[in-house]
Design a binder for this molecule. Sequence first.
Ligand code: MRU
Length: 346
Amino acid sequence: MEPPFDVIRFERPALRVLDQSRLPHEERWLEIRGLDVLEEAIRSLRVRGAPLLGLCGAAGVAIAAEADSSEAALRAAAERVGRVRPTAVELATGAAACRDAALAVPERERATAAWAFCAAYLRRRQAEDAALAAHGRDALPPGDVLTHCNTGTLATGGAGTALGVVRAAHAAGRLARCYVTETRPLLQGARLTAWELQRSGIPVVLLPDTAAAALVVSGKVAAVITGADRIAANGDTANKVGTLGLALAAARAGVPFYIAAPTSTFDPACASGEEIPIEVRAADEVGGFGGVRWAPAGIEAWNPAFDVTPADLIAGIITERGTARPPYRAALAALLEHDEREAARR
Ligand code: MRU
């Protein structure tokens, strides 16, 4: 399954990305040639979604290598870009993998090696998304689904994770429509997922976040499926805030709740969800949107960007290698070992 449009291009010496903060009303590309601009783009969610953040982290190292490809400079760049947002593990691991690829060659060849790494990383991401979508199509029960946030091409550069599964299930005639939460406060569902599904010709039904539990218990959806930003060794999964509420509602209603994410989202260093760092964003994102403020000035707000769904609420974790089922500690470790065996063979 091919990505239906481009969101990221590696055009040495620049990274070009679609500015997601302007969608769906304006399709504007950003040209990024410096780490200050990249950092701002990541922090303000002009680029976002865990797998796409991995590609941007790698591009940060390639951009830095244009000015200085010493070991110290590449280490500093990977470190700096990797910590702009803390929850999606792939931002830091993508930057670190590009740094290591560049450091493996002589200094004068490092910038070339870093840009080559980025291009290969995008091709790998696209192949993995296609494989994940095919596994997910077969794992999901037939029927309509509910999804949350944005997990499509905008979030990965490939066909998407949960949204790739939706695309594959729709193409196979197993799903008629996709229900999408608006995903407050930054509206990734209403602005981005609705736009992606509409341009792919997949019927989409948008609902306020507050209607999600009622939808799940109504019997209208056969499954709930979301992406992930980081998956702990025991299967506890961090994803966009609101995911936990959907999983709890699904458990109460007897509706299966699935995570779709590449194995690069696994973080075996986190034993459980308690160890996953959760990004807390500015209060003003809750008090308004797009420059319009509706909450009283000076009001306190709590604005975590992610929450953690415990593994026991997850029916399956769909990856490019297949679908892990409980108990997750052994199932996830087996998928990672499979990855390592493949890498050793290449
Ligand atoms: O804050 P965002 O928009 O970067 O959050 C994105 C999500 O929570 C996605 O569900 C997750 O990154 C998976 S994207 C394939």
